[in-house]
Design a protein around this ligand. Structure first.
Ligand code: DX5
Ligand code: ZN
Length: 219
């Protein structure tokens, strides 16, 4: 049985029809990736808690919330309380990542740690026992539709080695430019969880795109 998780990112969906976009991938996708941007941690602005709370009632898909926000210590647990399955925040924005992970788990979600393009992963490997997921950005966080940066897969390889050697149980997620021509390389590097925005919601048939991505990830 495959361990693969495909998480379409609603950043590439029609923001006036988020419930319809979620429905389009129910049954094919595993999670729905929800990109929260605050105009401070990244220069872009998307959605926040009220939209997550409303959308939570509109779909059965588990939410994979990716917080690109400046103050996760203040906000992250509220996404867990809003019913997110997993809440990921950025290492660059946190002074005590383990404490936030603890808060997330106490609030009922899984905890994810995200590493942006310019951040080496090595300094964070020892924190991984506190987490359920490690998100390695394969672009610079902030916008959809950017070109995949293959060199960043070295971080996935390093994390995979560390996780396997330490017998840790967590997912490695890749985010940014993941598409039909890049997903197999991500899987080969050791990722098991794949965010895809443009490749899913930019496709004619989003559900079929998810199925193709899954097949390619599974080799
Ligand atoms: C960007 C977001 C991504 C974005 C990916 O910072 O974190 O989740 O939606 O979009 P694509 O798949 O188009 O690169
Ligand atoms: Zn994301």
């Amino acid at each position: 049985m495959s361990n693969t998780v495909i998480a379409p990112s609603i950043l590439a969906a029609d923001f006036a029809r988020l419930a319809d976009s979620a429905a389009a991938v129910e049954g094919s996708a595993d999670w729905l990736h929800v990109d929260v941007m605050d105009y401070h941690f990244v220069p872009n602005l998307t959605i926040g808690l009220p939209v997550v709370q409303s959308l939570r009632k509109a779909t059965t898909l588990p939410f994979d919330c990716h917080l690109m926000i400046a103050d996760p210590a203040r906000w992250a647990a509220q996404y867990a309380e809003a019913g997110a399955y997993n809440v990921t925040f950025h290492a660059e924005a946190a002074t005590d990542p383990a404490a936030i992970a603890k808060d997330l788990r106490a609030a009922g979600s899984r905890a994810g740690l995200a590493i942006d393009r310019d951040t080496p992963v090595e300094g964070y490997l020892d924190l991984l026992p506190h987490f359920d997921l490690l998100l390695i950005m394969t672009i610079k966080a902030g916008f959809g539709g950017q070109a995949f940066i293959p060199e960043l897969l070295d971080k996935v390889r390093a994390a995979r080695r560390h996780i396997d050697t330490g017998h840790l149980e967590l997912r490695i997620e890749v985010d940014g430019g993941v598409a039909e021509d890049t997903i197999a390389a991500c899987a080969e590097a050791g990722a098991d969880t794949f965010v895809a925005g443009t490749a899913v919601f930019g496709a004619e048939d989003p559900a079929a795109a998810v199925r193709r991505l899954r097949a390619l990830a599974n080799g």
